[in-house]
Ligand binder design. Sequence first.
Ligand SMILES: Nc1nc2c(c(=O)[nH]1)N[C@H]1C(S)=C(S)[C@@H](COP(=O)(O)O)O[C@H]1N2
Ligand SMILES: [Mo]
Length: 307
Amino acid sequence: MLIRQDYAYLPSSEITSESVYQERRALMKLAASAAVLAGSPLLAALGPYQKKSSSLELTPYEQITTYNNFYEFSTDKESPARLAKKFKTRPWTLTVGGEVQKPQTLDIDTLIKQIPLEERIYRFRCVEGWSMVVPWVGFSLASLLKLSGLTSKSKYVEFETLFDPAQFPQQNRTFGTIPFPYREGLRIDEAMHPLTILAVGLYGNELLPQNGAPIRLVVPWKYGFKSIKSIVKITLKETQARSTWHEAGPREYGFYANVNPAVDHPRWSQARERVLGKFFKQDTLAFNGYAKEVAHLYKGMNLLTFF
Ligand SMILES: Nc1nc2c(c(=O)[nH]1)N[C@H]1C(S)=C(S)[C@@H](COP(=O)(O)O)O[C@H]1N2
Ligand SMILES: [Mo]
């Protein structure tokens, strides 16, 4: 059973811009019912989706779930949906450890019941030059990190994807792909920012494996590779978190990876983007359109150096 509440997501002192959350934000309290855990609808009570929600036009579910970057399955974008069909997302545990007061091992379903879910409609921009608009279901990363208690040494957050070569064919390779397990990281202020979420669903339903089930990061102002999928481990660190793509090609992929139309990737321009399903390209926005909310995090930093 799902209970819907209208929800002013945060005290307005923390975030003022209405553009960020769009109209369909909602907080859902999930009843501890077997139906929720067994079935896929997470936010079924939201009702039918409209293609357009104020300024953002939702990318069709079909596109979001069939055009994927998920290197553990394949380096092309059409195969993950097929290869991920039998991916086991239960049982699934997520550990939160390192520089925290209380290290924890959390069962995914317990977590989903414990933390209220909400919907966030975000732009999503891949460094390769394509983009989409996704109605995610999830909760703020901050709400999870607070459960573990931060300390003065919690300066970075490192995330790790499951390592399981029996399920991820590409993890059996030693070259011709990226090093696994896939890792990504954020600075603590980025991690605690209210726009940063852990997603467990999209379009009101549980995530499909190709989109990073059962739980993945979404940082809407950064290039998509930061939004790591199928997370099993979160480690708070005093030193900079690891980043698979940054380590693989530091000149091409910065640790910060903030969407920036003024800083080109060595092999392609970042000025414009192709929205999935659209013919014409559109201009890419600074911080992917979230500058008002996040630009202050990078004040005084040279964005050409810290790209
Ligand atoms: N573990 C893991 N996470 C990952 C990736 C990956 O290959 N493995 N690809 C990243 C990249 S490059 C992008 S653009 C997004 C794609 O997310 P989507 O398939 O849900 O659109 O996932 C990111 N997270
Ligand atoms: Mo990407």
